[in-house]
Every structure is written in C-alpha cells, then in structure tokens.
Design a protein around this ligand. Structure first.
Ligand SMILES: *Cc1c(COP(=O)(O)O)cnc(C)c1O
Length: 376
C-alpha cells in the first residue's frame, strides 16, 4: 500500500478495488466480447457467485439495493394501504420503497443489545397491527439483528420477512449469513458499502419462482411475444454486465475486507474503549459482523460533534449514526412503536472512519486526534 501523506484525507468508507485487478479483468472480458449491454455472462455469474457466498438458492442482480427492496415488497404482495414494519434506526433507503408501493410504514425501535430491531417492540407492533403485510429487518453497520427472536415472532404471525442486509454483506448470525433468514434478502454495492460496483444491488431468496418474477419485473415486464407486450407494470432495475464484472472481482476480496474492517474496529476499541463515557457498538457472542462502520456512543462531556469537528480539522471524515426515521420530517406522520433507544443512539453516536485502505499510521492519526479531546 502506498504511504499516506501527512494530511491526506481519510474517508469514512470509500471504494477499494483489489490490488490483483480482478475487477478490471472481468470488465475487460465484457468489452472483449462487446457484452456491454445489460445482461450477459458477468450478470449470470455474479448472481451465482453471490448466492453461493451467502448460501441462498437464487439471486437477482439489480441496479441498486433500494430497487431490490422495492421488488421484494412487490414479491411479498405489498400494495396500497398495506402496513409494513420497518426499523426506525436505519438509512432512508430501507423505508422509501414502502412509500413507492403506497403502503404504510410503522417504525420499530431498536434495543441497546443489538442496535437493531427490538423483538419486544416488534411483538407490541403485532398486537396493534395484526394485519401487517411484511416486516423489514435491517442489520445496521454489519451488526446482525437478533434473528432467532425476530423470526419466531414473525413465523407465529405468518408474515413475509425481508432482510435489508445492505450493510452486512460478509456478516453472519450464529453461522448463517445475514440476509438468508427471511423470505427475501437484499444487498447493496453502492460506493460506500464494504464492496462496491459503483452502484448496484442484489435480491436473494430460496423461492426460485419469485426470483424469476423479480428479474421479469426488473426488465420492464416483457411478456413472451415477438412484439412488446406487457400485462404487468415494469421497471428498469437490472444490473448491467459491466457493473456485474466489478462485482465479481470485488466478491473475491470480500473476506479480506471484512478482516480489515474487524482490525480497524479492534484498533479503535483497544485505543479508545477506556476513555470516559465511550461505549463501542455491541458485538454479541452469536454475531460475526462485517464491521462495516466502527461506531460508538458517548455519555461524558465529550460529544459526538466535538469528535466530528476535531477530525474534520485534521481532514478526516466521520459521521453521526443514522437519524431515526420517525424523527425525519418526511416520515414523522407514520406510527412509531418503542421508547427512546434509537433517539438516544442518534444523540450520542458517532461513526469513525472505517476505510479499508487505512494504514496503521492513519488509524493512529484518528486515535490521537480523538484522545486529545479528553486531555483538555
Ligand atoms: C445503502 C443502503 C441501502 C440502499 O442501497 P442502494 O444500493 O444505495 O440503493 C438500503 N438500506 C441500507 C441500510 C443501506 O445502508
């Protein structure tokens, strides 16, 4: 790795292509065969390779994780006026597709043990809305939600479960890959994710018929006819063959990226974990996270804003944790089930730079800047 200059920008999480150049090789193949158009060998192989990696029967390569959630909701039969349970503590892309379908989100609080959907709040939501059509579960920052408890509740109510695993590719719950517990799982290859294709997504499921349907919808719902015939609403959501080539290359270094993210987290925890008021995101013993973003909460006199300001002065990127959906102007009119957990996480949380290209020197630069705030 090239040595970092003294004040070179350190990013939160930016694209990191393999040193071996795998991505370019697959893209080159697409060029050599003039297979630049959507679909082709890379798309088919990327689907197979990702499905094998996570242990799912089928996968459909799409243009974004958001599109994958949208089509998962359609596959679940979610339509106008239907209720969908959704974690409040997430990125807005989890909730937006519910609105695309003219359905109604009900936001569910987190618990401190997982930072993800609280099973107790979920159970309460079922009492209030027994007619709910689908549940979306998120594995935030690569930490898995407590899937045993969540699946038990959802199975009891025979409701479709969609796992938004956009942030948890390479992360496992009790040995099983996140995104494979529910009826549908989705992944994202957006630029800031653990591996990226510059933009893209994947829907996985063991239901072959539904995945075939998702591919059909994603390519404008063209019926089998010589002329352009449509009996259903279509979408232009398919991944292109060039993009899929990047994905195939990136998939080869996913394990390496997880290892590096873990190293970054452990570096921070070792160096900062003892500072007054600092608590790192929870790593449960059943969890094998991908450590996408190293995050922590602050309860003492040093606030998240102090850390972000001090780091920015050193040309280092950091971020608050996600602002809960029930506090967002666009979503605040929808119901929320829970207490103040996600709100408190938002008030006290900060995401530290977790870029896999960081060197030890970079990590020391971050740590030194943060520690300085406790010396004042
Ligand atoms: C990134 C992300 C998405 C959206 O994925 P895109 O590929 O950017 O559309 C959805 N949910 C969560 C939790 C994400 O972090």
């Amino acid at each position: 790795m090239k040595p970092t200059k003294v004040n070179e920008r350190i990013f939160l999480s930016s694209p990191h292509m393999s040193v071996e150049g795998y991505e370019l090789k697959f893209v080159q193949e697409a060029f050599d065969t003039n297979w630049i158009a959507p679909l082709g060998e890379n798309v088919n192989e990327f689907e197979k390779e990702l499905a094998a990696k996570v242990g799912s029967k089928e996968a459909a390569a799409l243009s974004s994780g958001t599109g994958a959630i949208h089509l998962a909701l359609r596959a679940a039969g979610v339509g106008e006026g239907d209720i969908v349970f959704c974690p409040t503590f997430t990125f807005s892309a989890t909730a937006n597709p519910i609105i695309y379908q003219n359905a109604l989100p009900v936001f569910i609080d987190s618990d401190y043990e997982t930072w993800n959907m609280c099973p107790n709040a979920l159970a309460k939501a079922f009492e209030k809305y027994p007619e709910v059509k689908a549940v979306i579960v998120v594995h935030l920052y690569g930490l898995s939600a407590d899937m045993d408890k969540i699946m038990e509740i959802c199975k009891k109510h025979e409701v479709t479960v969609i796992e938004d695993a956009a942030e948890s590719l390479g992360g496992y719950y009790k040995g099983q890959h996140t995104g494979t517990f529910g009826d549908y799982g989705i992944f994202s290859f957006n630029g800031n994710k653990i591996i990226t294709t510059s933009g893209g997504g994947m829907l996985v499921s063991n239901n072959e018929e539904k995945v075939a349907k998702v591919r059909f919808w994603a390519t404008q719902s063209r019926d089998q006819a010589r002329h352009y015939q449509h009996s259903e609403l279509g979408f232009n959501y398919r991944m292109s063959n060039v993009v899929a080539g990047i994905g195939r290359g990136q998939l080869k270094v996913l394990d390496q990226r997880v290892e590096k993210k873990k190293y970054i987290f452990e570096f921070y925890k070792r160096e900062l974990g003892e500072l007054d008021g600092v608590e790192f995101m929870p790593i449960n013993d059943w969890d094998k996270p991908n450590y996408w973003l190293s995050s922590m909460t602050l309860k003492g006199k040093v606030r998240p804003i102090d850390i972000m300001a001090a780091l920015e002065k050193e040309n280092i990127e950091s971020r608050p944790v996600w602002k809960p959906m029930h506090l967002q102007p666009f979503f605040e009119k929808y119901d929320f089930i829970g207490t103040d957990v996600s709100e408190s996480l938002f008030e006290n949380g900060v995401c530290l730079p977790s870029d896999t290209k960081m060197t030890d020197k970079d990590l020391e630069r971050v740590v030194k800047t943060i520690k300085g705030l406790w010396l004042k």
